[in-house]
Design a protein around this ligand. Structure first.
Ligand code: WTA
Length: 646
């Protein structure tokens, strides 16, 4: 396992502040008790928590039915997810509290109390029913970061229609693939959204996707956000303000089975097409609720801001479902972190008195680059807890976050998890854990994470291996939409009974986990997962391209950058303009997040004797590392040529 090694030796330790620990939702005693309870009787532990935390319309009898890889949790139970997030707060003081404080990129602001959000969700639910959406129908949501995004998602949950949210940065082809894969008949979008002062024309993208496929789409519900001109298809398109705003604010939520699919979220994997990760209702509800309370220590008076987009799992779990179940006040921001100036985030923190802040290492590295002045001119004293997610955080960025943003006062939670895990799995607990910059530290109570060898045996301290979760957990993915084989092979193929996360990791002598990144063909660009195969397919779909191999290269800002090695069908005169054209082509096919940092033309690609492209070798070349084992290389001259072109 030569690729899973880490030389990082981080010795700094940060103990929880006793005053923080004292007020923490999860202090050392409770933590110990939970761990022991889970170790003693795993199912009883989860059953007790599920009964305590969720509002059940009908109780369950079976805590877990497990036939690897298929799990059913709390299966006879019935509940409604929107009720967990909204209705349950309406007869408490939370009713009149702000649920969402929203700021648009141009600066407008809206606040929705729990009561108001409940009314909007009821209206949207009624409008969707009116459109003919039924429980079980997949509704695609392609919206900017505006309150309607949260409203749409909760309305779907309320009527039992699984949502499939597509990040607003994806291109028409990516929308089409996802809509078709999910056989979704309804789409919710907006005319546009604001990004760095420009309008991203979302409705145009949907129109383009529908012009090339998706014959089953019946209706497109459109929010007016940016007022840009849109094309209109009368029998298909419906304005949100014409239907939702005039719908009744009363809606009696129906109870659904615990295992009813709550949503599909597409993510990148090892093979070409993105896969639709399916999450079920009750287990997901339970774990997002608990982890939000434990890891972010949310209190009624907190203003909590997760800077992710609801288009990613982080936004699903830690903007919408986790915080709302806990009755929190959520900050939501539409636009770019550096618009109009690189201090926009800190300006928001100061003006809205944000107390808990959760972002990605790539954003932290960008702030470092933009300069400390943008931070120092703001009063950040409202902050009391910081978090990170999406990729390993380098200790230098961790320390900057700790000093410049947290003023050496705020605990930092480095949270490891995935689209598939539904919620946070490995993370410090702010009142309990001694943190180490760069380590996500320890699994949460009930999560059975291990590092194993290729044979599935636990490895010793500081030995690299595969990160696995041995026992099923409530918020685990239930399937890959329409593709149980892919689910089985992808996650339970390597080790029959353990969930294989796709990450390499090691555990140090103190039991802390160090995530070393993906060991499969997934690239993590700015915390966003992209499959190398997806990008390769996009390149090969261009008429000039014969073959393509895409590999990651370390990048100071983005974590990893995309490098594409390309062989051509024809001889090109102007290679520079062809590079630009291919780059635009990838953006056109997938979206701006997949734009290659570098495209290199080559006569041929290094392959094994069995014809497999040697991506690791190319990755070494792209990163300027000396190439490793080349003994299986079919034609050694290829390598020399590639090196010469360096
Ligand atoms: C990586 C995002 C190190 C990891 C919630 C994982 C991390 C993938 C961390 C999932 C972290 C996420 N430290 N690596 N704290 N958090 N990752 O599905 O490689 O978008 O497998 O979920 O991101 O990405 P996904």
């Amino acid at each position: 396992m030569t690729n899973i090694s880490s030389t990082l030796q981080e010795t700094r330790r940060f103990k929880p502040d006793p005053s923080f620990a004292q007020q923490a939702n999860l202090g050392p005693q409770l933590y110990q008790a939970l761990k022991e309870e889970a170790a003693q009787d795993y199912e009883a532990y989860w059953a007790r928590l599920a009964r305590k935390e969720l509002v059940w319309r009908k109780d369950f009898q079976t805590t877990l039915e497990w036939e690897a890889p298929f799990a059913k949790w709390f299966q006879e139970g019935e509940l409604n997810m929107a009720e967990q997030c909204l209705d349950r707060h309406l007869n408490t003081a939370t009713k009149h509290k702000a649920a969402i404080i929203w700021e648009g990129e141009p600066g407008e602001q809206r606040t929705l109390t729990y009561q108001q959000l409940h009314a909007k969700v009821a209206q949207c639910a009624n409008a969707l029913l009116e459109m003919g959406v039924k429980a079980g129908d997949v509704v695609t949501v392609y919206l900017p970061m505006i309150p309607e995004l949260a409203i749409a998602v909760l309305a779907c949950a309320r009527i039992g229609a699984p949502h499939s949210v597509i990040f607003g940065g994806f291109a028409p082809n990516a929308i089409r693939d996802r809509v078709e894969d999910a056989d979704s008949k309804f789409i919710i979008t907006a005319d546009g959204g604001w990004r760095r002062g420009s309008v991203i024309a979302l409705k145009d993208n949907v129109d383009e996707a529908l012009a090339t496929g998706c014959p089953n789409v019946q209706n497109v519900l459109v929010v007016k956000r940016t007022n840009n001109a849109v094309k209109w298809t009368d029998e298909r398109d419906i304005w949100w303000h014409d239907t939702v705003d005039s719908a009744s604010t009363k809606h009696q939520a129906q109870a659904f089975n615990a295992e009813h699919p709550l949503f599909i979220l597409y993510t990148s994997g090892t093979t070409g097409k993105p896969k639709g990760v399916v999450h079920a209702t009750a287990g997901y509800a339970l774990w997002t609720k608990l982890t939000t309370r434990w890891v972010f220590d949310l209190k009624p008076e907190d203003t909590y801001w997760c800077t992710a987009d609801v288009g990613w799992i982080t936004g699903h779990s830690y903007i919408v479902y986790g915080p709302l179940q806990n009755g929190a006040t959520i900050m939501m921001y539409e636009g770019a972190p550096n618009y109009p100036e690189p201090d926009r985030f800190w300006d928001i923190v100061e003006r809205h008195q944000v107390t808990v802040f959760y972002t990605a290492p790539t954003a932290i590295r960008a702030f470092m680059k933009w300069g400390d002045d943008h931070v120092l001119k703001h009063d950040l004293s409202s902050l009391r807890l910081l978090g990170t997610v999406g990729e390993p955080i380098n200790p230098e960025a961790w320390i900057w976050y700790h000093e410049l943003i947290g003023k050496e006062r705020c605990p930092i939670v480095d949270t490891w998890w995935q689209t598939e895990t539904g919620g946070i799995m490995i993370s410090p607990l702010p009142g309990v854990t001694t943190t180490v910059p760069g380590s996500a530290t320890q699994p949460l109570p009930g999560i059975d994470a291990h590092i194993v060898s290729g044979e599935g045996e636990d490895v010793g301290p500081n030995q690299g291996g595969y990160l696995v979760i041995k026992k099923p957990w409530p918020s685990m993915l239930r399937n890959i939409y329409g593709n149980p084989e892919r689910f089985k092979n992808g996650y339970y193929g390597r080790f029959e009974n353990f969930y294989f996360a796709g990450d390499g990791a090691r555990r140090d002598q103190d039991g802390n986990f160090w995530i070393m990144g993906r060991i499969d063909d997934v690239i993590n660009v700015s915390g966003h997962r992209l499959g190398t195969m997806e990008i390769e397919s996009a390149l090969v779909s261009h008429p000039a391209v014969c073959e393509a191999a895409v590999v990651p290269r370390p990048d100071d800002l983005k974590g990893q950058a995309i490098v594409a090695f390309v062989t051509l069908e024809v001889e090109a005169d102007d290679l520079e303009s062809l590079k630009a054209e291919l780059s635009d082509h990838v953006v056109q096919e997938i979206g701006a997040l997949a734009r290659p940092a570098e495209i290199r033309f080559t006569d041929s690609l290094p392959k094994t004797r069995s014809g497999k492209i040697m991506r690791r070798l190319l990755s070494d070349i792209a990163s300027g590392r000396e190439a490793g084992d080349t003994t299986t290389l079919e034609d050694a001259s290829v390598l020399n040529k590639l090196r010469d072109e360096d």
